[in-house]
Design a protein around this ligand. Structure first.
Ligand SMILES: Nc1nc2c(ncn2[C@@H]2O[C@H](COP(=O)(O)OP(=O)(O)OP(=O)(O)O)[C@@H](O)[C@H]2O)c(=O)[nH]1
Length: 150
């Protein structure tokens, strides 16, 4: 539906990239997405996912690997620093919270929460996912619409 890589392709390609050197991983989750479905319907929710996918592609590809891991969860693997990736994701939040998505004549404000970590090696990928997820949930707990890194 979104045209992005899926979870399996993302981790497969990430392992290749990590063979060339360290990378920065961002785990991204849309905020209060259930409310979008509940208020506007599932079809509109699907279009939000499509537009967010396009925005992530436009902002981060081709340098970064962009994937939809499932549901309203996305991931990036980039050679940018943690700080730079976090800044760029936060800049995207600023766009999303000031310029709503326009879908079926509805104006939809959405934001994202993210956790960002460095992955040094292929062997470190699983631990990095756990660490990024911990940062992501800190971002959620702290009010959402924010990016957390070390
Ligand atoms: N439209 C649409 N909805 C989906 C899809 N995949 C998952 N969802 C919905 O995404 C929603 C996720 O809800 P939650 O996990 O409660 O997350 P949330 O509402 O974003 O809340 P927080 O993550 O806590 O900010 C559920 O309502 C799912 O049905 C999809 O492909 N299309």
């Amino acid at each position: 539906m979104t045209g992005l890589s899926n979870r399996r392709a993302f981790f497969e390609e990430s392992r290749h990239r990590l063979q060339q050197g360290s990378q920065t991983l961002a785990l991204i989750d849309l905020d209060f997405f259930k409310q979008v479905n509940d208020r506007f319907g599932h079809d509109v929710g699907d279009h939000v996912l499509i537009q967010i996918s396009q925005l992530l592609s436009e902002h981060f590809e081709p340098e970064a690997l962009v994937a939809r891991l499932g549901g309203e969860e996305f991931a990036l693997m980039s050679i940018a620093s943690e700080f730079e990736l976090a800044q760029r994701l936060q800049a995207l939040n600023k766009v999303l919270t000031t310029q709503p998505l326009s879908i079926s004549e509805q104006q939809i404000y959405i934001s994202l929460s993210a956790g960002v970590v460095t992955v040094q090696t292929e062997e470190g990928l699983n631990d990095a996912i756990i660490a990024a997820d911990t940062f992501l949930y800190k971002a959620k707990d702290n009010g959402r619409c924010q990016v957390r890194c070390a």
